[in-house]
Design a protein around this ligand. Structure first.
Ligand SMILES: [Zn+2]
Length: 323
C-alpha cells in the first residue's frame, strides 16, 4: 500500500495522536518514506538509516520498529526514516549512481540542485528543521569493516552535554567526538543547534546480529533518556570515550590511502593495536610491478579496515584511533 502523500505541509505538530506513514517528496522523484509516532507535545526525535546506500543495519532496525512498535504512552513525537537515500540503497552503493554525489557531503543541499542535493534539502528543511534530537545510523558499508562506535560534532557546552548523553545510550559502542566537518547530516543539525549523534556499525554489506541487538538497546535507551517513553532508567555500561580537536582524525576517507590501483592484502586485523611504522598491508599492482607496503601513520588501534580486496589509488585502507 502506498503511503499517503503529505498534504499542504510537513508540520508534525498538526498530526493527530497515533502512528502515521508519510512520503516526503521533491522534484524528479526524489523522496523518502517516514514513519511517525505522534504522542503529543514534547521532544521530537528523528532517526534515519541509509544516508549511504550500502549500510543496512539502520534500515533493518528502523523498518522492524516501524512494523512492531505501537507504544501506548508516548510523550512527544518519534520519526524514523529507515532508508533516506533510496537511489543509493537500490543500487547497493554508498552514493546514488544518478549523480555520484555523497549525500553526507552535500548538506544542507539545494532546492534546485542535483538529485542528491535536492534530497539533502528536502530532509533538512522539511524534517530536520522540526526536531529536537537527531540520530543518523551508519555503518562501514559493503567495502569496509569497523569496530562499532557512536559520535557527535563538538558544539557549545549545553549541546555537547545532550550529545554526550545521547551517545551514552548506545552503551555497547565506544564514543568518538570531533570538530565540525561540512556537508554531513550532522553539519545540518549543528547549524540548527539540534543535539545529534551518529552511530557506526560494522558493515561488510550485511547486518550483524550483535550489532542489531546493540542498536536496538541503544534506541530504547535514547527514547527513555529523551523523555519519550517511561519506565525505570536503564543501567548504562561505561564506554571508552575519545574527544578530539583534530579535524582529520575521524575523517575516515583520508587515512592510509592505496598508493596505486591493485589487489589489497591486509596484514593486520581489526581492533589490533599498532605502532607508527608497523606494516599494515600491501597493495599489489595487477601488472606484476612491485608491491607497495602500507605502514601505520600513527600509533593506535585499527578501528576501520578495508575488506574489499580490489582497490583504486586513493581508497582508504585503514583508520587508526588513538584509543
Ligand atoms: Zn555511512
Amino acid at each position: 500500500m502506498a503511503n499517503t502523500p503529505w498534504k499542504k505541509s510537513h508540520d508534525l505538530s498538526l498530526l493527530p495522536t497515533g502512528f502515521h506513514r508519510r512520503r516526503f517528496s521533491a522534484a524528479g522523484g526524489v523522496g523518502f518514506d517516514a514513519f511517525i509516532w505522534r504522542g503529543g507535545p514534547g521532544p521530537v526525535l528523528l532517526v534515519n538509516g541509509a544516508t549511504h546506500g550500502d549500510e543496512y543495519e539502520g534500515p533493518t532496525l528502523l523498518r522492524t520498529w516501524a512494523e512492531q512498535w505501537r507504544p501506548t504512552r508516548l510523550a512527544g513525537t518519534v520519526v524514523f526514516v529507515p532508508v533516506l537515500n533510496e537511489a543509493a540503497f537500490f543500487a547497493g552503493q554508498r552514493c546514488a549512481p544518478v549523480d555520484g554525489a555523497n549525500l553526507a557531503r552535500v548538506f544542507p543541499g539545494k532546492p534546485k540542485g542535483s538529485p542528491t542535493e535536492r534530497l539533502a534539502h528536502l530532509f533538512d528543511t522539511q524534517l530536520l528543521a522540526q526536531v529536537t534530537h537527531y540520530a543518523d545510523l551508519h555503518s562501514a558499508g559493503a567495502a569496509y569493516q569497523l569496530k562499532p562506535w557512536t559520535g557527535y560534532v563538538t558544539h557549545r557546552a549545553a549541546i555537547n552535554r545532550a550529545q554526550r548523553a545521547m551517545a551514552a545510550c548506545f552503551d555497547a559502542f565506544w564514543v568518538w567526538a570531533g570538530p565540525y566537518l561540512p556537508g554531513r547530516t550532522l553539519s545540518a543539525a549543528f547549524a540548527r543547534n539540534i543535539p545529534a549523534i551518529y552511530v557506526e556499525c560494522q558493515g561488510l554489506g550485511g547486518v550483524d546480529a550483535g550489532d542489531l541487538r546493540n542498536l536496538d538497546r541503544g534506541l530504547k535507551n535514547l527514547l527513555h533518556w529523551a523523555g519519550l517513553t517511561r519506565g525505570s532508567a536503564p543501567r548504562l555500561r561505561r564506554q571508552a570515550v575519545r574527544i578530539t580537536r583534530d579535524v582529520d582524525e575521524a575523517h575516515l576517507q583520508v587515512h592510509h590511502p592505496a598508493p596505486v590501483d591493485g589487489l589489497f592484502v591486509p596484514l593486520a586485523a581489526l581492533d589490533r593495536r599498532v605502532r607508527r611504522g608497523d606494516l599494515l598491508g600491501r597493495v599489489l599492482p595487477l601488472d606484476g610491478g612491485d608491491g607497495h607496503d602500507i605502514h601505520a601513520e600513527s600509533t593506535g588501534r585499527i578501528i576501520l579496515l578495508r575488506r574489499q580486496r580490489s582497490v583504486r589509488r586513493g581508497d582508504a585502507l585503514f583508520t587508526l584511533a588513538p584509543v
